[in-house]
Design a protein around this ligand. Sequence first.
Ligand SMILES: C[S@@+](CC[C@H](N)C(=O)[O-])C[C@H]1O[C@@H](n2cnc3c(N)ncnc32)[C@H](O)[C@@H]1O
Length: 197
Amino acid sequence: MPTTSDFRVFAAAALRSPATMGTFLATSPAASEVLAQVVPRSADPVVVELGPGTGAVSEAIADRMAGRGRHLAVEIDTELVDHLRAAKPDLEVIEGDAADLRKLLADAGAGPVDAVVSALPWTLFAPALQDKILQEIAGALAPGGAFSTIAYLTGVVAPRGRRFRRRLHRTFDEVMVTSTVWRNIPPALNYVCRRPR
Ligand SMILES: C[S@@+](CC[C@H](N)C(=O)[O-])C[C@H]1O[C@@H](n2cnc3c(N)ncnc32)[C@H](O)[C@@H]1O
């Protein structure tokens, strides 16, 4: 469960960097659980989380992994990185930009990735950055791997949200949409993508 310190650190980051945070509230446990469903409950998966923030989604991923495999988290904000390293010592936190994903993973000695889980604020990113990060994810996934990302219901129908969804379809052969998770502020759904084109 999120601590008071998580709330404080998250709000401070949202004030400091609105363009990379995109919200003042961390993802709820209910939405985190749905996001993390692409994480295999068996074997030793390599799982990459993009934009872990204060670790709300990290907890749902860790629950499914139950100590197996590798759970790496790529976070761009130095203060969030420091907070995560102190609060979640079992998480492999990588300070860096998701746009450099394959290089970051190579530097960490991590092989093909079984699941990528993202809570990045996609609709705030320029189209070129969206494409770059999606290509990095597609290139990092193992055959049979899956990518899940949260989208706020409020943004899905907006032009930026529709454009992002078209990008997902251009990048992946399969793009599934979950039902809406109402126990999140704002309500959210997830895209689950497989088989990079
Ligand atoms: C909406 S917050 C989500 C935080 C947390 N995962 C959650 O769901 O509560 C977005 C996170 O993505 C991080 N972020 C934004 N752009 C990034 C990038 N290019 N590479 C890595 N992390 C990024 C932000 O610093 C922030 O922690």
